[in-house]
Design a protein around this ligand. Structure first.
Ligand code: AMP
Length: 578
């Protein structure tokens, strides 16, 4: 069994996750988190919120899942959020054309190739349909938009879309959000929420799904002035798989500190480097195995056209590298697009320390001259004159000035432009912030945490499986068991369970089956501690506490039991020191 298969089996059996709507045959790419999975997911989200929102002093919002078409026209998703699709002429199955190429040739990043090239490669290699084995040669490769479309209200006049990423819900609200931040850069806005992508071929359980949770942070910065607090993370060691290494014959992962990565120019954006450092420690905190982890730089062909530098955090499972987070420096692309399409102001007014006096060239072209002279082009000529005055005031020094509109030259006497240079006092300027974006997929984090936590060993000659999840993340913190349901043990155990719950612990009470089986059940969901009530407990007010990883047991007083568990789970004391 592959790691993924045994994980999916455990996940289903123990209530982490399972295919949704199974009673009706389900729909590929939709999963339900069961009780353990939902608890784990909420713990991961809390840990993310703690590190990327609260500790950074950022703000969190919650925007709608459905947004009107105009938002996605502006963001570019309507036109460009496509994957390459190929349909089998024999069985009708659809596949990601680029994935088929990558799976059957040694070509990587087929996504960045034009459709025709992908079609040619499929024909040249005579690649077969993964579903029915018929040849796919000659089948067209088309673009398939990944957004789920819907209608807002009755009728079809208001198309809407389920958001394909949470980010747009932040970008589009920038004018409002900037006001809440008192127009002071830098500031960060985060969101944890659902994203929807109608993936052509969902696969690997939680890895490629059609509805998933993202945790995204958009950090708005002044590109001229703001610097990240690099000193906080400069000694964090990053496993970096740079573009250069990926292209070199003998290239591999290099271990560089954040400081070194910046000094050597391996990571070009200081902001991206900062978040790689923060994230590296956070991944370790949630239990991702740092020996099966790397940051991979996007290759030039992979890079979104607006992004200056992008790195993916990747985790290894079953020999494959899975992208769990994308880190991008997006420049002002998103805010610029929304400004252009909405006509609203997506800038921040930056106040100068002291007002400055500047010379401002202006024109006020005489339309009663331009109109008769240039007809329908008069307004465009006027706009071009205005732009030219700002860009190159010296062009107005002669008798005539010439501007170009749609490739055609228009010459205007300078006196008709009313060109002048005014001296004005300015208190500040409008700055369009740049954006640094760490974008996490919560489902992929959970899949990785579980795969990396999955451990098999032997205890007293018996095999067992356990998840060595960090106590902070484990869905259940304490299992409470009466040794037997007699002589007051069950009542006593129930009281302990209540007291632990009151103290804020996540507790499972279990009195069914042999005690060994109860331990195995908790091991398989990663419960770090189990408390057992026996005869001595009732007489002496003590219980045994068992530690998951070592399976060792200690007898402790029930006085302060809740605090002891809290100190253990928070790492303030160790089991050995009990
Ligand atoms: P992207 O916008 O494609 O860079 O995605 C950002 C993050 O969302 C990725 O790093 C993944 O963790 C997650 N993600 C993207 N697509 C999917 C999907 N189909 N299923 C699950 N997670 C996804």
């Amino acid at each position: 069994m592959s790691e993924g298969e045994r994980l999916t089996e455990l996940a289903k059996r123990r209530g982490f996750y399972f295919p949704a709507a199974g009673a009706y045959g389900g729909a590929a790419g939709f999963w339900t988190y069961g009780p353990q999975g939902a608890a784990l997911k909420s713990n991961v989200e809390d840990a993310w919120r703690d590190r990327f929102v609260l500790q950074e002093g950022h703000q969190e919002i919650s925007a709608p899942d459905v947004m009107p078409e105009a938002v996605f026209e502006a963001s570019g998703h309507l036109d460009g959020f496509d994957d390459m699709i190929i349909e089998c002429g024999e069985c009708g199955a659809t596949h990601r054309a680029d994935h088929i190429v990558e799976d059957n040739t040694d070509i990587e990043e087929a996504e960045s190739l034009p459709n025709e090239d992908v079609m040619d490669i499929i024909a040249d290699h005579d690649i077969a349909c993964p579903s029915c084995n018929a040849s796919l040669a000659g089948e067209p490769v088309d673009n398939f938009n990944l957004m789920f479309a819907t209608n807002i209200g009755p009728g079809t006049s208001s198309p809407g879309y389920l958001r394909p990423e949470t980010a747009q819900g932040i970008f589009v609200e920038f004018p409002q959000l900037s006001e809440y931040a008192r127009n002071q850069l830098p500031f960060g806005v985060a969101q944890i929420g659902k994203a929807y992508r109608n993936e052509i071929s969902p696969r690997k359980s939680l890895v490629r799904v059609r509805e998933f949770t993202q945790a995204e942070l958009e950090h708005f910065v002044d590109p001229e002035e703001d610097e990240p607090p690099l000193a906080d993370v400069e000694d964090v060691t990053l496993p970096l798989y740079s573009g250069e290494s990926q292209q070199a014959a003998d290239g591999g992962v290099e271990q560089l500190t954040v400081g070194e990565a910046v000094d050597e120019g391996v990571v070009t954006s200081d902001w991206v480097a900062y978040y790689l450092g923060v994230a590296r420690d956070w991944y370790e905190r949630i239990g991702i195995d740092m020996d099966r982890f790397r940051f991979r730089q996007h290759l030039p062909g992979e890079l979104a056209h607006y992004a200056a530098d992008c790195w993916d955090a990747e985790a290894e499972i079953d020999g494959d590298w899975i992208e769990i987070t994308g880190f991008a420096y997006r420049g002002d692309y998103d805010l610029q697009k929304h400004a252009e399409h909405s006509g609203e102001d997506y800038t921040v007014f930056k106040q100068y320390d002291e007002p400055v006096t500047v010379e401002r060239p202006t024109v006020d072209p005489d339309m009663s001259y331009l109109g008769p002279e240039f007809g329908g082009d008069a307004q465009s000529v006027a706009d071009a004159l205005e732009a030219l005055a700002e860009r190159d005031p010296e062009a107005f020094e002669g008798e005539d000035v010439t501007v170009e509109v749609d490739g055609e030259a228009y010459t205007v006497p300078v006196k008709e432009t009313d060109f002048s240079v005014e001296t004005v006092t300015e208190n500040g300027e409008h700055v369009r912030p740049h954006v640094v974006e760490p974008s996490f997929g919560v489902g992929r984090l959970i899949y990785t945490m579980l795969a990396h936590a999955y451990t098999e060993d032997e205890v007293d000659g018996e095999e067992r499986t356990y998840l060595d999840l960090p106590p902070e993340q484990a869905p259940t913190t304490v299992g409470v068991f009466p040794l037997m349901d007699k002589d007051g043990m069950a009542e006593y155990a129930r009281e302990i369970a209540s007291a632990l719950r009151e103290a804020g612990h996540s507790v499972t009470y279990d009195d069914s089956g042999a005690i060994g089986r109860r331990y195995r059940r908790q091991d398989e969901i990663g419960t770090p501690y189990c408390v057992t009530v026996d005869y001595e407990s009732v007489e002496e007010d003590t219980v045994t506490v068992r530690e998951r990883d070592s399976t060792e047991q200690k007898r402790v007083s029930i006085d302060g039991l809740a605090e002891t568990i809290a100190r253990l789970t928070e790492g303030e004391t160790t089991f050995d020191d009990l």
